[in-house]
Design a protein around this ligand. Sequence first.
Ligand code: XLS
Ligand code: NI
Ligand code: NI
Length: 447
Amino acid sequence: MANDFFTGNKEFFPGIGKIKYEGPQSDNPLAFKFYDSNKMIGGKSMRDHLRFAIAYWHSFCGDGADPFGGTTHFYPWNKAADPMEAAKDKLDAAFEFFTKIDASYWCFHDKDIAPEGGSLADFEKNVQTITALAKERQNATGMKLLWGTANLFSHERYMNGAFTNPNFEVVTYAAAQVKAAIDATVELGGDGYVFWGGREGYMSLLNTNMKREKDHLARALEMARDYGRKAGFKGQYMIEPKPMEPTKHQYDFDTETVVSFIKNNGFEDDFRVNIENNHATLAGHTFWHDLQVAVDAGLLGSIDANQGDYQNGWDTDQFPTNVFEATRAMMVVLDNGGLGKGGLNFDAKRRRNSTDAEDLFIAHIGGMDTFALGLEAAYKVKNESSIPTMLRDRYSSFDTGAGADFEAGKFSLEDLQKAAFNTAEPETLSGKQELYENIVNSMIYGK
Ligand code: XLS
Ligand code: NI
Ligand code: NI
C-alpha cells in the first residue's frame, strides 16, 4: 500500500500534506469528497477497483506551453543546472506527489524520467540510473508501476515516424529505445508496457507506402513482444488508439482498428488495448463505445482517464469531471469483471493558466472523486437498477425456440423466409432510450 509518506531530501510541495477523505460535506479543496480508498464496493475496495495511476509526463514535465506561448508552469525540480540532478529532483517530487495524493500506481515514458544526453548510449545509461533510483523509491513507498513506454515522437528524428519511418536507420533507433524502456519496465515490475503510435501514421498518402509502413509496425511489435518475454516481462503489452494528432491519419485509429490489428497479427495472447477517453471522442465514438469494443473482444487492457472539450476538435487531455461519462465507463469496466492488470491513468494536464502548485493536487482530487462517484453509480446500475433485466429482456426472443436455433446457426436463409411467412407483422417495440438514461441518472443522484 502506498500509504507511507515518502520523504526525499527536499520537500517540493511544502504546506500540502497527505490528501484525506473528508466526505461530501467538506469544503476543503485539498480533500477527497467521494474517493474513500478503503470503502468496499461489492467486496472490493475503491482503491482496488480504480487502480489510479499518475502520468509522469503531464504532471512533472508538462510546462503549460501551447502553440501561442511558452512555459507557464515553472517547477522547482527543474532548477538544477546538471540535467541528471534535475531528473533526480523530479523523481523525488514525483514520489512525494504520488504518496501525498495517495495513488498506488504511476506511468512514464523513458524521456520523462531521464535526459537524452548526447547520444543514444548516454540516454540508455541515464534511463538505467534513474530506473535504479525509482526502484528504491518504489520499495520505500509501496508505489507500483502501471506501465512504462518509450517516447518515439518528440525527437526530430521521428518526424516521419518511428517504426513506420521510411528510413530504416530511424527504425533501429526506435527499437533501441523500446528495448531500454522494456528493460526499465521489467526492472520496476510494471504491470504493462504501452505502445502509443506517436507519429506512426501519415500526413500525405502521396509520399507514403501505407502497406509497407503498417507491416514494419507489426514486425517491430512482434520483436518487442519476444524480447520482453525473454527479458522476464510478465505484464500486458498494450496499444493505445488515437485517430489523429500528431499525424493527419494515425494507423492505430480507434479501438476497433487496434483489435483487428492485434487479431490479424496473432497478438491476442500478449497485446491488449489502452483506451483514452479523449482519443475515443476524437475518433467520433463515445468513451464507453471504445471500452465496450475492447471488452467484447476480450482485449481491454487499461484506461487513460481524461476528458476532451465538447467544442474543440483536438486532444485537450483535461482532468475528468463528468460523472455521467465516468459512470458509463465504469459500467463497462464492471461488465469486464474489473480492470485486471490495468488501471485508471490520469493522462491529463492542468490548464495552462492553472499555475499554483496546489492545482496539481486539486486536478487529481477532482479526477479521483469523479471516478469514485462513477464506480458507485455503475455498481448500483448493475446491481440495483432494472437496466440489466431490461437489456436482457430486449433480446429474449433469441433465448428459446427458433431465435435460439438461429443464434446456434441451425437455419438457412430459406428457413428464415419460411418463418417470416408464418409470422404476423412484428410488433414495433420501444427502445426506451430515455428511460435507460433516466435510470442511470437516478443511480448517480441517489434514489
Ligand atoms: C498522447 C498519448 C500519450 C500516451 C503515452 O496523446 O495519450 O500520452 O498515453 O505515450
Ligand atoms: Ni494516453
Ligand atoms: Ni490524449
